[in-house]
Structures are given as structure tokens and as C-alpha cells.
Design a protein around this ligand. Sequence first.
Ligand code: DAT
Ligand code: MG
Length: 141
Amino acid sequence: MKMSTEQTLILVKPDGVKRGLVGEVINRIEKNGYKVTNLKMLTADPSQLTQHYAEHKGKVFYEPLIEFMASGPIVAIVAQGEQVIEGFRKMAGATDPANAEAGTIRGDLAGEQGGKVVQNIVHGSDSVESANREIKIFFGN
Ligand code: DAT
Ligand code: MG
């Protein structure tokens, strides 16, 4: 099996922060054997969000997504560990919480978001390239 220690960018989105789920998300990261190597709370500015979500520009959910992500404080976390990128995405569960399995963050905790897919508690990078790019957006060089 290929060994690779990676870093990923995790965001606890405004719904997660408002609902008091910051500790729960960090606890799950650490329980799965990953290390938190950087962390901060911030209200994202539009330029951070348009860079972060550039791949989704033009999609129907793009504007609501950006607006929602700017609607309140978020917590940005860098987590490190063996294949943490894929590992955290498994922990997060399906993008639409309605399809997320029990045992995942979205499946267990995003139950009452009334069908709003944008309110799915967490973001996790989807590749090494995305992780490096996204960590820079939120933590600088
Ligand atoms: P993920 O966050 O699982 O990587 P993504 O990168 O495809 O998902 O989309 C980014 C965010 O945009 C996602 O967390 C929630 C929102 N989103 C994605 N697909 C959506 C849809 N069909 N309707 C509404 N919001 C959506
Ligand atoms: Mg994504």
C-alpha cells in the first residue's frame, strides 16, 4: 500500500459554527488519527471565497454557496496524516446530507438543513493540488 502523509484544508462552515459543532468536527478529525496542524476562526472575504470555489463558477448553486459561506464565521483547519485528503472526505460523507451515510459528519449532524445542500457543515479538499491551493487561500504562504 502506498504511504503518503498529506495535509488537507477543512472548513467548518457557518452552519457548523452556529450550531456549535466545531468541537465535534475537531474531535472526529483527531479520533481518526489525524493531527490538527493549524486552525483559525474567520469571516471569509469575497476574494477568498471566489478563489476557493473557482471550479464552481457559473453553476446554479455558486451564488448561494458564496453568499452562505460569507454569512458568518467559519473555522479553517489544516489537518495532517496518512491519506488524510481521502480520509476526511469519507468522514464528511456525501455532498448532499440527504445522501450521507450514518457515521459521517454530514449524515449524523446535517439532518435539519431543510434540503439546502450548501449547509453541509464542512468542506474538505479533494486532491493534493486542491489542498495546497486552498491552504494558501486561508493561511497564506
Ligand atoms: P464537496 O463540498 O462535497 O466537495 P462540491 O465541491 O461538489 O462538494 O461542491 C461545493 C459545495 O457546493 C458543496 O459543499 C455544497 C454546494 N453544492 C454542491 N452541489 C450542490 C447542489 N447540487 N446544490 C446545491 N449546493 C451544492
Ligand atoms: Mg469540493
